[in-house]
Design a protein around this ligand. Structure first.
Ligand code: CA
Ligand code: CA
Length: 384
Protein backbone atom coordinates (compact mmCIF):
# COMPACT_ATOMS: atom_id res chain seq x y z
CA UNK A 1 0.00 0.00 0.00
CA UNK A 2 1.63 3.28 -1.07
CA UNK A 3 2.21 5.97 1.52
CA UNK A 4 0.66 9.37 1.02
CA UNK A 5 3.34 11.60 -0.44
CA UNK A 6 3.97 15.08 0.80
CA UNK A 7 6.91 17.32 0.14
CA UNK A 8 7.76 20.17 2.48
CA UNK A 9 10.87 21.94 1.33
CA UNK A 10 11.09 25.19 3.29
CA UNK A 11 13.82 27.48 4.40
CA UNK A 12 12.49 30.11 6.76
CA UNK A 13 14.08 31.09 10.02
CA UNK A 14 10.79 31.19 11.87
CA UNK A 15 9.05 28.24 10.34
CA UNK A 16 10.33 24.69 10.29
CA UNK A 17 8.47 22.36 8.00
CA UNK A 18 8.98 18.72 7.30
CA UNK A 19 9.66 16.97 4.06
CA UNK A 20 8.10 13.55 4.08
CA UNK A 21 9.30 11.45 1.26
CA UNK A 22 7.50 8.18 0.96
CA UNK A 23 8.77 5.62 -1.44
CA UNK A 24 6.25 2.95 -2.27
CA UNK A 25 8.83 0.35 -3.14
CA UNK A 26 10.87 0.55 0.00
CA UNK A 27 8.61 2.22 2.50
CA UNK A 28 11.33 4.67 3.41
CA UNK A 29 10.23 7.89 5.11
CA UNK A 30 12.69 10.74 5.47
CA UNK A 31 12.16 13.91 7.46
CA UNK A 32 13.72 17.19 6.62
CA UNK A 33 14.05 20.52 8.34
CA UNK A 34 15.34 23.43 6.39
CA UNK A 35 15.63 26.98 7.64
CA UNK A 36 16.92 30.23 6.18
CA UNK A 37 17.19 33.95 6.82
CA UNK A 38 16.11 36.66 4.36
CA UNK A 39 15.38 40.39 3.99
CA UNK A 40 12.75 42.06 1.83
CA UNK A 41 12.51 44.27 -1.34
CA UNK A 42 11.94 43.82 -5.07
CA UNK A 43 14.26 44.94 -7.85
CA UNK A 44 13.22 45.36 -11.51
CA UNK A 45 14.48 42.91 -14.11
CA UNK A 46 16.84 43.21 -17.04
CA UNK A 47 16.73 40.89 -20.04
CA UNK A 48 19.59 39.96 -22.31
CA UNK A 49 18.92 37.17 -24.80
CA UNK A 50 21.37 34.33 -25.21
CA UNK A 51 23.12 34.22 -28.60
CA UNK A 52 24.28 30.62 -28.67
CA UNK A 53 22.70 28.11 -31.05
CA UNK A 54 22.49 24.35 -30.94
CA UNK A 55 22.08 21.77 -33.65
CA UNK A 56 19.18 19.46 -32.81
CA UNK A 57 20.06 15.89 -31.96
CA UNK A 58 17.75 12.94 -32.47
CA UNK A 59 18.97 9.61 -31.18
CA UNK A 60 17.14 6.33 -31.54
CA UNK A 61 17.17 4.35 -28.30
CA UNK A 62 19.03 1.06 -28.41
CA UNK A 63 17.11 -0.63 -25.61
CA UNK A 64 13.78 -0.05 -23.94
CA UNK A 65 13.59 1.55 -20.53
CA UNK A 66 11.51 -1.08 -18.70
CA UNK A 67 9.95 1.20 -16.09
CA UNK A 68 8.49 3.90 -18.33
CA UNK A 69 5.02 2.51 -17.72
CA UNK A 70 5.46 3.03 -13.97
CA UNK A 71 5.41 6.78 -14.52
CA UNK A 72 2.21 8.51 -15.66
CA UNK A 73 4.52 11.19 -16.97
CA UNK A 74 6.26 8.79 -19.33
CA UNK A 75 3.49 6.41 -20.42
CA UNK A 76 2.25 6.35 -24.00
CA UNK A 77 -0.66 8.59 -22.96
CA UNK A 78 1.67 10.98 -21.10
CA UNK A 79 -0.02 14.14 -19.84
CA UNK A 80 2.80 16.23 -21.30
CA UNK A 81 2.91 14.59 -24.76
CA UNK A 82 6.44 13.37 -24.17
CA UNK A 83 6.57 10.52 -26.71
CA UNK A 84 5.41 12.80 -29.52
CA UNK A 85 7.87 15.46 -28.31
CA UNK A 86 10.74 12.94 -28.40
CA UNK A 87 10.08 12.49 -32.12
CA UNK A 88 11.08 16.14 -32.50
CA UNK A 89 13.96 16.24 -30.00
CA UNK A 90 15.49 14.10 -27.29
CA UNK A 91 17.89 16.78 -26.16
CA UNK A 92 21.50 17.65 -26.78
CA UNK A 93 24.52 16.96 -24.57
CA UNK A 94 25.61 20.57 -25.08
CA UNK A 95 22.67 21.75 -23.03
CA UNK A 96 23.83 22.16 -19.43
CA UNK A 97 21.22 21.95 -16.68
CA UNK A 98 22.42 22.89 -13.20
CA UNK A 99 20.51 21.16 -10.41
CA UNK A 100 20.86 23.01 -7.10
CA UNK A 101 19.60 20.48 -4.57
CA UNK A 102 20.73 17.78 -2.11
CA UNK A 103 23.32 16.26 -4.46
CA UNK A 104 22.90 13.04 -6.44
CA UNK A 105 23.71 9.33 -6.35
CA UNK A 106 26.97 9.71 -8.28
CA UNK A 107 26.98 5.99 -9.12
CA UNK A 108 23.37 5.66 -10.30
CA UNK A 109 23.41 3.58 -13.49
CA UNK A 110 20.47 5.50 -14.94
CA UNK A 111 22.06 8.93 -14.37
CA UNK A 112 25.86 8.99 -14.43
CA UNK A 113 26.19 8.91 -18.21
CA UNK A 114 24.45 12.28 -18.30
CA UNK A 115 26.55 14.11 -15.72
CA UNK A 116 28.20 17.31 -16.87
CA UNK A 117 32.00 17.31 -16.89
CA UNK A 118 33.89 20.51 -16.29
CA UNK A 119 35.98 20.82 -19.47
CA UNK A 120 38.52 23.08 -17.76
CA UNK A 121 39.33 20.76 -14.87
CA UNK A 122 41.54 17.64 -14.91
CA UNK A 123 39.97 14.91 -12.74
CA UNK A 124 41.59 13.78 -9.50
CA UNK A 125 44.96 15.53 -9.88
CA UNK A 126 44.52 17.46 -6.65
CA UNK A 127 44.82 20.79 -8.48
CA UNK A 128 42.48 23.66 -9.23
CA UNK A 129 43.18 23.55 -12.96
CA UNK A 130 40.58 26.15 -13.91
CA UNK A 131 41.53 28.49 -11.03
CA UNK A 132 38.00 28.91 -9.74
CA UNK A 133 39.05 28.17 -6.15
CA UNK A 134 37.66 24.61 -6.20
CA UNK A 135 39.94 21.58 -6.57
CA UNK A 136 38.88 18.86 -9.03
CA UNK A 137 35.35 20.21 -9.50
CA UNK A 138 34.50 17.83 -12.31
CA UNK A 139 30.75 17.24 -11.90
CA UNK A 140 29.83 20.37 -9.99
CA UNK A 141 30.42 20.93 -6.28
CA UNK A 142 29.26 20.00 -2.80
CA UNK A 143 28.89 23.39 -1.14
CA UNK A 144 27.87 21.76 2.15
CA UNK A 145 31.12 19.86 2.67
CA UNK A 146 33.26 21.82 0.19
CA UNK A 147 34.21 18.73 -1.77
CA UNK A 148 34.11 17.70 -5.42
CA UNK A 149 31.76 14.78 -4.71
CA UNK A 150 28.18 16.02 -4.25
CA UNK A 151 26.71 12.74 -2.92
CA UNK A 152 23.02 12.74 -2.06
CA UNK A 153 22.49 12.03 1.64
CA UNK A 154 18.80 12.69 1.32
CA UNK A 155 17.15 11.40 -1.87
CA UNK A 156 15.46 14.58 -3.05
CA UNK A 157 18.23 15.63 -5.45
CA UNK A 158 18.57 12.19 -7.03
CA UNK A 159 14.82 12.09 -7.66
CA UNK A 160 14.70 15.52 -9.26
CA UNK A 161 17.78 14.74 -11.38
CA UNK A 162 16.17 11.60 -12.84
CA UNK A 163 13.00 13.43 -13.86
CA UNK A 164 15.06 15.93 -15.80
CA UNK A 165 17.69 13.73 -17.38
CA UNK A 166 17.76 9.99 -16.62
CA UNK A 167 19.46 8.03 -19.41
CA UNK A 168 17.15 6.79 -22.18
CA UNK A 169 17.57 3.61 -24.14
CA UNK A 170 20.00 1.88 -21.74
CA UNK A 171 17.72 -1.03 -20.88
CA UNK A 172 17.20 0.02 -17.27
CA UNK A 173 14.73 2.10 -15.31
CA UNK A 174 13.22 5.24 -16.75
CA UNK A 175 14.08 8.10 -19.06
CA UNK A 176 14.41 11.74 -18.17
CA UNK A 177 12.20 14.20 -20.01
CA UNK A 178 15.35 15.48 -21.73
CA UNK A 179 17.39 12.28 -22.00
CA UNK A 180 20.37 13.78 -23.84
CA UNK A 181 21.66 16.53 -21.60
CA UNK A 182 24.54 17.43 -19.28
CA UNK A 183 23.57 17.58 -15.61
CA UNK A 184 25.68 19.86 -13.39
CA UNK A 185 25.27 18.76 -9.77
CA UNK A 186 25.40 21.50 -7.14
CA UNK A 187 24.68 20.47 -3.57
CA UNK A 188 23.53 23.28 -1.29
CA UNK A 189 21.41 21.48 1.27
CA UNK A 190 22.02 19.11 4.14
CA UNK A 191 19.51 18.32 6.90
CA UNK A 192 21.92 19.40 9.64
CA UNK A 193 22.91 22.72 8.09
CA UNK A 194 21.51 25.96 9.47
CA UNK A 195 19.01 27.90 7.40
CA UNK A 196 21.44 30.73 6.88
CA UNK A 197 24.06 28.27 5.66
CA UNK A 198 21.59 26.74 3.22
CA UNK A 199 20.95 30.17 1.73
CA UNK A 200 24.66 31.00 1.53
CA UNK A 201 25.26 27.71 -0.24
CA UNK A 202 22.34 28.39 -2.58
CA UNK A 203 23.84 31.72 -3.63
CA UNK A 204 27.28 30.12 -4.14
CA UNK A 205 25.69 27.37 -6.21
CA UNK A 206 23.90 29.91 -8.42
CA UNK A 207 27.24 31.69 -8.90
CA UNK A 208 28.91 28.43 -9.93
CA UNK A 209 26.15 27.62 -12.43
CA UNK A 210 26.39 31.12 -13.93
CA UNK A 211 30.20 30.99 -14.17
CA UNK A 212 30.37 27.50 -15.64
CA UNK A 213 28.01 27.56 -18.58
CA UNK A 214 24.62 26.41 -17.28
CA UNK A 215 21.72 27.19 -19.63
CA UNK A 216 18.99 26.25 -17.19
CA UNK A 217 19.00 26.11 -13.37
CA UNK A 218 16.56 23.86 -11.52
CA UNK A 219 15.73 24.96 -7.98
CA UNK A 220 13.25 22.60 -6.33
CA UNK A 221 13.30 24.38 -3.00
CA UNK A 222 12.75 27.75 -1.42
CA UNK A 223 11.45 29.72 1.50
CA UNK A 224 9.08 32.49 2.56
CA UNK A 225 11.63 35.24 3.10
CA UNK A 226 13.26 37.45 0.52
CA UNK A 227 17.04 37.36 0.00
CA UNK A 228 18.66 40.26 -1.81
CA UNK A 229 21.78 38.15 -2.38
CA UNK A 230 19.77 35.39 -4.02
CA UNK A 231 17.67 37.84 -6.03
CA UNK A 232 20.74 39.67 -7.32
CA UNK A 233 22.39 36.37 -8.26
CA UNK A 234 19.35 35.44 -10.35
CA UNK A 235 19.57 38.88 -12.00
CA UNK A 236 23.16 37.90 -12.92
CA UNK A 237 21.78 34.67 -14.37
CA UNK A 238 19.27 36.71 -16.35
CA UNK A 239 22.04 38.88 -17.74
CA UNK A 240 23.61 35.70 -19.11
CA UNK A 241 20.31 34.48 -20.54
CA UNK A 242 20.00 31.63 -18.03
CA UNK A 243 16.54 30.29 -17.26
CA UNK A 244 15.70 29.50 -13.62
CA UNK A 245 12.89 27.03 -12.96
CA UNK A 246 11.69 27.25 -9.35
CA UNK A 247 9.17 25.41 -7.18
CA UNK A 248 5.98 27.21 -6.12
CA UNK A 249 6.28 25.57 -2.69
CA UNK A 250 4.16 23.05 -0.82
CA UNK A 251 2.34 25.14 1.79
CA UNK A 252 -1.13 25.31 0.17
CA UNK A 253 -0.65 29.08 0.12
CA UNK A 254 -1.77 31.71 -2.32
CA UNK A 255 1.71 32.89 -3.29
CA UNK A 256 0.27 36.24 -4.38
CA UNK A 257 -0.37 36.86 -0.68
CA UNK A 258 2.44 34.85 0.90
CA UNK A 259 5.51 34.82 -1.33
CA UNK A 260 7.84 31.86 -1.70
CA UNK A 261 11.37 32.49 -2.95
CA UNK A 262 13.09 32.14 -5.35
CA UNK A 263 9.88 31.32 -7.27
CA UNK A 264 8.27 34.66 -6.32
CA UNK A 265 11.06 37.04 -7.34
CA UNK A 266 9.68 39.35 -10.01
CA UNK A 267 12.19 38.34 -12.70
CA UNK A 268 11.40 37.36 -16.28
CA UNK A 269 13.92 34.50 -16.36
CA UNK A 270 12.15 32.59 -13.56
CA UNK A 271 9.39 30.07 -14.29
CA UNK A 272 7.47 29.26 -11.10
CA UNK A 273 5.78 25.88 -11.03
CA UNK A 274 2.77 24.44 -9.18
CA UNK A 275 2.13 20.67 -8.91
CA UNK A 276 -0.68 18.90 -10.72
CA UNK A 277 -2.50 15.65 -9.99
CA UNK A 278 -3.66 13.18 -12.62
CA UNK A 279 -7.21 14.59 -12.53
CA UNK A 280 -6.08 18.06 -13.59
CA UNK A 281 -6.40 19.67 -10.18
CA UNK A 282 -3.51 20.95 -8.11
CA UNK A 283 -1.83 18.68 -5.60
CA UNK A 284 -3.43 19.50 -2.26
CA UNK A 285 -0.21 20.94 -0.81
CA UNK A 286 0.79 22.99 -3.86
CA UNK A 287 1.03 26.76 -3.61
CA UNK A 288 -0.80 28.71 -6.33
CA UNK A 289 -1.24 32.33 -7.45
CA UNK A 290 -2.50 33.96 -10.65
CA UNK A 291 0.24 36.58 -10.49
CA UNK A 292 3.25 34.78 -9.07
CA UNK A 293 2.83 31.17 -10.22
CA UNK A 294 3.36 30.69 -13.93
CA UNK A 295 2.44 27.11 -14.80
CA UNK A 296 1.34 23.78 -13.38
CA UNK A 297 3.08 20.50 -14.20
CA UNK A 298 2.61 16.89 -13.12
CA UNK A 299 3.91 16.57 -9.56
CA UNK A 300 1.89 13.76 -8.06
CA UNK A 301 3.43 10.34 -7.42
CA UNK A 302 6.19 10.84 -9.94
CA UNK A 303 8.40 7.77 -10.41
CA UNK A 304 12.12 8.54 -10.64
CA UNK A 305 15.62 7.64 -9.51
CA UNK A 306 16.68 7.35 -5.86
CA UNK A 307 20.04 6.76 -4.14
CA UNK A 308 21.64 3.29 -4.15
CA UNK A 309 20.54 2.63 -7.73
CA UNK A 310 16.91 2.57 -6.63
CA UNK A 311 13.67 4.11 -7.87
CA UNK A 312 10.53 5.36 -6.18
CA UNK A 313 7.77 7.92 -6.13
CA UNK A 314 7.64 11.43 -4.71
CA UNK A 315 5.00 14.14 -4.81
CA UNK A 316 5.30 17.92 -4.75
CA UNK A 317 6.19 21.10 -6.58
CA UNK A 318 9.83 19.92 -6.54
CA UNK A 319 8.91 17.16 -8.98
CA UNK A 320 6.73 19.49 -11.08
CA UNK A 321 9.63 21.92 -11.33
CA UNK A 322 11.89 19.20 -12.70
CA UNK A 323 9.27 18.39 -15.34
CA UNK A 324 9.32 21.99 -16.58
CA UNK A 325 13.13 22.07 -16.53
CA UNK A 326 13.12 18.95 -18.73
CA UNK A 327 10.72 20.55 -21.20
CA UNK A 328 12.77 23.76 -21.24
CA UNK A 329 15.94 21.74 -21.93
CA UNK A 330 14.23 19.85 -24.77
CA UNK A 331 13.01 23.09 -26.31
CA UNK A 332 16.41 24.71 -25.97
CA UNK A 333 18.13 21.67 -27.47
CA UNK A 334 16.13 22.05 -30.66
CA UNK A 335 15.95 25.84 -30.81
CA UNK A 336 19.13 27.11 -29.19
CA UNK A 337 18.70 30.51 -30.81
CA UNK A 338 15.85 31.25 -28.44
CA UNK A 339 16.71 33.32 -25.37
CA UNK A 340 15.74 32.07 -21.93
CA UNK A 341 12.91 34.56 -21.64
CA UNK A 342 11.54 33.35 -24.97
CA UNK A 343 11.66 29.73 -23.77
CA UNK A 344 9.63 30.81 -20.75
CA UNK A 345 7.14 32.63 -22.98
CA UNK A 346 6.79 29.54 -25.20
CA UNK A 347 6.24 27.20 -22.26
CA UNK A 348 3.58 29.50 -20.79
CA UNK A 349 1.84 29.90 -24.15
CA UNK A 350 1.89 26.13 -24.77
CA UNK A 351 -0.04 24.97 -21.71
CA UNK A 352 -3.16 22.84 -21.89
CA UNK A 353 -5.79 25.24 -20.55
CA UNK A 354 -7.74 23.80 -17.61
CA UNK A 355 -10.81 25.25 -15.97
CA UNK A 356 -9.50 23.98 -12.63
CA UNK A 357 -6.38 26.14 -13.00
CA UNK A 358 -7.90 29.27 -14.51
CA UNK A 359 -8.18 31.18 -11.25
CA UNK A 360 -5.09 29.58 -9.72
CA UNK A 361 -2.16 29.92 -12.13
CA UNK A 362 -1.03 32.75 -14.41
CA UNK A 363 -1.07 30.63 -17.59
CA UNK A 364 -4.23 28.78 -16.50
CA UNK A 365 -2.90 25.43 -17.61
CA UNK A 366 -0.50 22.51 -17.47
CA UNK A 367 2.74 22.34 -19.44
CA UNK A 368 3.02 20.28 -22.61
CA UNK A 369 6.34 19.23 -24.15
CA UNK A 370 4.98 18.58 -27.65
CA UNK A 371 3.13 21.90 -27.88
CA UNK A 372 6.19 23.77 -26.59
CA UNK A 373 8.38 22.25 -29.31
CA UNK A 374 5.77 22.80 -32.02
CA UNK A 375 5.22 26.40 -31.00
CA UNK A 376 8.98 27.00 -30.87
CA UNK A 377 9.25 25.53 -34.36
CA UNK A 378 6.51 27.79 -35.67
CA UNK A 379 7.87 30.93 -34.04
CA UNK A 380 11.44 30.18 -35.06
CA UNK A 381 10.41 29.94 -38.70
CA UNK A 382 8.64 33.25 -38.40
CA UNK A 383 11.34 35.01 -36.40
CA UNK A 384 14.76 33.93 -37.66
CA1 CA B 1 38.53 24.17 -10.19
CA1 CA C 1 16.96 4.36 -18.52
Amino acid sequence: MPFALVNRYMRTQRTFLLLYISIITFGLVLNLKHSLFHSKTLIPSLLIPRASAFVPTLVTPKMMDPDLSKSWLLRSNSAIGIHEAWKLSQGDKRIVVAIIDTGVDLNHSDLKENFWHNPKEIPNNGLDDDHNGLIDDILGWDFVHNTATPYDEHGHGTHVTGIIGAVKGNGIGISGICPYVSLMILKYYAPNSSGRKNLENTVRAFQYAIDNGAHIINYSGGGAEYSKEEHDMIVKAQEKGILVVAAAGNEKNNADEIAYYPASYDLDNIISVAALQKDGTLVHSSNFGVTRIDVAAPGYQIYSTLPNNQYGMMTGTSQATAVVTGIAALTLSKYGKLPATKIKELILASVNPMLSLKAKIKSGGSVNALTSLERADHETKNTF
